[in-house]
Write a protein that binds this ligand. Structure first.
Ligand code: 5AD
Ligand code: SF4
Length: 461
């Protein structure tokens, strides 16, 4: 029975979204029910992301606001709110957080949230702030309770960490070395999700296709093999994975795209740049042609595959011609969506001290040119969808009464007018309109608008 409230504010990647859900799972047996309102919560946890610029500064200003909220709550006669910082900023800045914000109660890294109950117990016994940013040898996954219902479309973390050391990136320092969960654990979690109504799983990892999990038969499975096994689970009809690295796209994974119908025809495959010299300076381990060849092979396997990517413009030393090479790559590949960033310094990473830092106005101009092309490709894809039929998994209510929102196989949000009973099911939809960021359409077969109640709950918002 829930007696206390917990507010987790999540920043950054889907891995953090997953981690927040698992922290809530860990704290539920202690009587914590989740709320979106930090003002009256018994515990507030910031699950932070270190990848964006000035990430730590933003956390400190948010903590300042929470401190005032806590004081106001106490003044109203509410209890004392426990304040926690989790995630990658906590990992990177642990001691610094306690020094600069001594009013914080808990600081924990991404590898230790299974120890939250213990930390809370120590906090209440000792009354002093608790810090745990170890990379423990005992994997946290072994200590987590079974997953609860997480809605029709759920994340499933299978791999963490990264050994690639791209020269611009903090992840190898904050998330540590690569680790793959054992096959049996992943399959058990997927079966539990399916039993609770999940139909789509998105496999998560910083380097998800580097997956190499120990299997019960004594062999090591790659991602392709794991996907084939997941596709056999009753109820799981859609599988996605993110984020991938071009270097780890192997033959079996490509074959899985051809052979496993449940594997959705959408792939987020960051390329970062189209210029070979920059890719080398980034330590990406592939050149532009290698990326093109991988995409060709994937599209041979799955001709309707839609691609998304990450780009960085203005990496140190990038010339105008090299920025142009990135635009050329975008033109030849064609993306249906993408994330693009100006290079920004992350202290402690090799690129931070490289010569030839690109002036801000130049970075802004290169980003604008890149985003123009990417946006045009996205809009063109959405327009081309008009008149097409596709299967849509409906997983949340829309903003307007009577409206539901789902995901197309290619990841676009799809809006339709439909009864709530359609939530949690995959339906055939004809697309009427392709807008810049979403599609809208009509259900083709709405003969059966009822669904198993277990599938209708817990829609992701
Ligand atoms: N500057 C700009 N973008 C970055 N990313 C990671 N580090 C940096 C940085 N220092 C981007 C990359 C990565 C995405 C998650 O964030 O494109 O793929
Ligand atoms: Fe960062 Fe590169 Fe690892 Fe991705 S592959 S998490 S960009 S170091």
């Amino acid at each position: 029975m829930a007696t206390k409230t917990l507010c987790i504010k999540t920043y950054g990647c889907q891995m953090n979204v997953y981690d927040s859900a698992r922290m809530a799972d860990v704290l539920a047996p202690l009587g914590y029910a989740t709320t979106d309102d930090p003002a009256d919560a018994d515990m507030v946890i910031l699950n932070t992301c270190h990848i964006r610029e000035k990430a730590a500064e933003k956390v400190f200003s948010e903590l300042g606001r929470l401190r005032q909220m806590r004081a106001a709550r106490e003044a109203r006669g509410g209890g004392r709110t426990i304040l926690g910082v989790a995630g990658c900023v906590a990992q990177a800045e642990g001691e610094e957080i306690l020094a600069r914000a001594p009013f914080v109660d808990l600081v924990l890294g991404p590898q230790t949230y299974h120890r939250l109950p213990e930390m809370i117990a120590r906090l209440s016994r000792a009354g002093t702030a608790q810090l745990d940013t170890d990379f423990p040898v005992d994997a946290k996954f072994d200590h987590l309770p079974a997953a609860g219902a997480r809605g029709p479309a759920a994340f499933l973390s299978i791999q963490e960490g990264c050994d690639k050391f791209c020269t611009f990136c903090v992840v190898p320092y904050t998330r540590g070395a690569e680790y793959s969960r054992p096959v049996a654990d992943v399959l058990a979690e997927a079966r539990a999700l399916a039993a609770a109504g999940t139909v789509e799983v998105t496999l998560l990892g910083q380097n998800v296709n580097a997956y190499h999990g120990d299997a019960p038969d004594g062999t090591v499975w790659g991602l392709g093999r794991l996907i084939r096994a997941l596709a056999e689970i009753d109820g799981i009809t859609r599988i996605r994975y993110t984020t991938s690295h071009p270097r780890d796209v192997d033959d079996d994974l490509i074959a899985a795209h051809a052979e496993v119908p449940a594997l959705m025809p959408f792939l987020h495959l960051p390329v970062q740049s189209g210029a070979d010299r920059i890719l080398k300076a980034m330590n990406r381990g592939h050149d532009a042609d290698a990326y093109r060849r991988i995409v060709d092979r994937l599209r041979t396997a799955r001709p309707d595959l839609a691609l998304s990517s990450d780009f960085i413009v203005g990496f140190p030393g990038e010339t105008a011609a090299e920025a142009q090479a990135t635009l050329d790559l975008v033109d030849t590949i064609g993306f249906v969506q993408a994330y693009s960033f100006k290079y920004s310094v992350r202290p402690g990473t090799p690129a931070a001290t490289m010569p030839g830092q690109v002036p801000e106005p130049e970075k802004a101009a290169r980003l604008a040119a890149l985003q123009d092309r990417l946006n045009a490709q996205q809009v063109a894809f959405n327009r081309r969808s008009e008149g097409l039929e596709m299967d849509v998994l409906f997983d949340r209510l829309g903003k307007h009464p009577g409206q539901l929102v789902g995901r197309s196989p290619f990841m676009q949000p799809v809006h339709v007018d439909a009864p709530e009973g359609v939530l949690g099911t995959v339906r055939r939809v004809v697309i009427d309109q392709g807008r810049p960021n979403s599609l809208s359409g009509r259900l083709i077969d709405d003969a059966d608008d009822t669904t198993h109640p277990a599938q209708a709950v817990g829609a992701r918002s």
